[in-house]
Design a protein around this ligand. Structure first.
Ligand SMILES: Cc1cc2nc3c(=O)[nH]c(=O)nc-3n(C[C@H](O)[C@H](O)[C@H](O)COP(=O)(O)O)c2cc1C
Length: 220
C-alpha cells in the first residue's frame, strides 16, 4: 500500500487514541483482600482470558496500586463485571487508591462472601469470577497474574445459553474524554445496548464461502 493510499483510507491517530479502537469494552472491578487490608476495589481493563484447563484470566496490576500489595499478601482476586449503574464506581475505583479511602464503603456497595476465595463478590455486579493466582510474572512496573477460575456467577437468568442477556444492562465502556477546551471537566462514555440490538448469524454462512475441501474439514 502506498503512503497516499493509507492516508486516503485512514486518519493517523496517537497511541493513546488507539485504545478507542477496541471499544466498547467491559472493564472489570477487581476486588482483593488480605489479612492486613481490604476488601478493596480497583478498576481494571488490562485483563484477558488466557487459556483453559484450568480456565484462567490474566490480569495486569501496577506495582503502584494497593491492589498489588493485597494480591501479593493473599494471591486471590474477584473479577466483577459492572452494571451500567456502576459507572461512578468505575471512575472512583480507577482514580482513588484504597490506601486513602475505603472505596466499597464510600460507594455504598454491598458485598457477599466468596466461596473458594477469601475475597468478597460485589452484590450489584452483573457477575463475579473468583480467581486464585496459579502463576505470575513481572514486566516493567506491573505484575501479570494468571487467575485460575474457582467459581463464576451471573445474576439470576443473566445468561441465555452462553450469551449474556442484554436485559442485564452491562456497562459497555467507551472510554473517557475531556469536554470542550474551556471546560475543566472529563466525561466517561457508555454505549447503551438493549436486547433489540442483539443479532445472530449462523456459522454455516461462513463455512459456505470456503473451497469444497475446507468446507468438509470445518463443517460440524
Ligand atoms: C478504565 C481504567 C482501567 C484501568 N485498568 C487498570 C489495570 O488493568 N491495571 C492496573 O494496575 N491499573 C488500572 N487502572 C488504574 C487503577 O484502577 C488505579 O490506579 C486505582 O486507583 C488503583 O487502586 P488501588 O490503589 O486501590 O489498588 C485503570 C484505571 C481506569 C480508569
Amino acid at each position: 500500500m502506498a503512503p497516499s493510499d493509507r492516508s486516503n483510507a485512514f486518519d493517523e491517530i496517537s497511541e493513546m487514541d488507539s485504545t478507542a479502537l477496541f471499544k466498547p469494552e467491559v472493564v472489570s472491578l477487581v476486588v482483593s483482600k488480605s489479612e492486613s487490608g481490604g476488601p478493596n476495589l480497583m478498576t481494571a481493563s488490562w485483563f484477558m482470558l488466557a487459556g483453559y484447563n484450568p480456565f484462567r484470566y490474566l490480569l495486569a496490576v501496577s506495582h503502584e496500586t494497593y491492589t498489588y500489595e493485597l494480591i501479593e499478601e493473599n494471591p486471590e482476586f474477584v473479577l466483577a463485571a459492572p452494571s451500567r449503574d456502576m459507572i461512578d464506581a468505575l471512575a472512583l475505583a480507577g482514580t482513588v487508591s484504597g490506601r486513602d479511602l475505603d472505596k466499597i464503603d464510600h460507594l455504598g456497595l454491598e458485598t457477599v462472601p466468596g466461596d473458594a476465595v477469601d475475597v468478597p463478590l460485589l452484590a450489584d455486579a452483573i457477575g463475579n469470577i473468583e480467581c486464585s493466582v496459579m502463576d505470575s510474572f513481572e514486566f516493567e512496573n506491573c505484575t501479570y497474574y494468571f487467575g485460575s477460575v474457582e467459581n463464576a456467577y451471573v445474576t439470576a437468568d443473566g445468561l441465555d445459553g452462553r450469551i449474556l442477556s442484554l436485559e442485564e444492562d452491562i456497562l459497555a465502556y467507551m472510554g473517557s474524554n475531556w469536554g470542550a477546551e474551556d471546560e475543566d471537566e472529563k466525561y466517561r462514555y457508555h454505549a447503551g445496548m438493549s436486547p433489540d440490538d442483539l443479532e445472530r448469524f449462523p456459522d454455516s454462512d461462513v463455512i459456505e464461502t470456503l473451497p469444497d475441501d475446507l468446507k468438509e474439514k470445518y463443517s460440524r
